[in-house]
Design a protein around this ligand. Structure first.
Ligand SMILES: [Ca+2]
Ligand SMILES: [Ca+2]
Length: 171
């Protein structure tokens, strides 16, 4: 089911231009978001739409939601089409550029690579997000997997070239 993965309440510059809320679907099935909604502590509501694929992340910027995330703490509540609370994410004072990672996400991922302890809201640097936006788990990033044999290959070529040059010198 979809739940809150991360939020950026206090971006650098104007908050309304760069704030976002990120949802993730941890189920094995596509979820139709029609009827799903979330609100902040002030009760302002955003109605979701479209679909979210299995393990997919959905970034919802302020420009779309029009929900301001308070920098001194806020509480987001995700409500399913049956009107039941599906998830909640609370945070306190946030520093500039600090991403709040949901304890629920940290717990789900376990020891796969997210810094922090399950149960505590943790934060990561904004730059780390760049590689994560379209990847549910950077540990299995195919680009990284492809780079390893490429690096080994270039080392091998370098070795051969070096030996060849040494061979030429011996003649
Ligand atoms: Ca803010
Ligand atoms: Ca700011």
């Amino acid at each position: 089911m979809p739940y809150f993965k991360e939020v950026l309440p206090n971006p650098v510059g104007r908050d309304t231009e760069a704030e976002w809320v990120k949802l993730i679907n941890d189920s094995d099935s596509l979820v139709n978001l029609l009827g799903w909604r979330f609100n902040d502590a002030s009760g302002k509501t955003f109605n979701l739409s479209g679909t979210i694929s299995p393990q997919e992340e959905l970034i919802l910027p302020y420009s779309l939601t029009r929900i301001s995330l308070n920098n001194d703490g806020d509480k987001l509540v995700l409500i399913n089409p049956q009107g039941k609370v599906a998830d909640e994410l609370s945070y306190g004072q946030v520093g500039e550029d600090e991403i709040i990672v949901a304890p629920r996400y940290v717990q789900n991922v376990g020891d796969v690579g997210v810094v922090g302890n399950a149960g505590d809201a943790t934060s990561i640097e904004n730059e780390d997000l760049v590689g994560q936006i379209n990847k549910t788990d950077w540990n299995f990033n195919p680009v990284f997997i492809a780079l390893v044999p490429a690096a080994l290959l270039s080392l091998g070529i370098g070795y051969l070239l070096k030996n060849n040059i040494l061979g030429e010198w011996k003649k």
